[in-house]
Design a protein around this ligand. Structure first.
Ligand SMILES: [Zn+2]
Length: 48
């Protein structure tokens, strides 16, 4: 039961990110990139 809750929470966060659409996600680490950023501030991956 606890595992189901945990999986649901993670799925909820992903869904919320998709619905809220805060911006582009990094192709490498999947974190939200700030608008106008040329490369990922988290892992340094280029946007293109
Ligand atoms: Zn990244």
């Amino acid at each position: 039961m606890l595992v189901l809750l945990f999986v649901g929470l993670i799925a909820g966060i992903f869904l919320w990110q998709k619905l809220y659409n805060p911006g582009e996600l990094c192709a490498k680490c999947y974190r939200v990139l700030p608008s106008g950023a040329r490369e990922c501030p988290w892992c340094g991956e280029s946007r293109d």
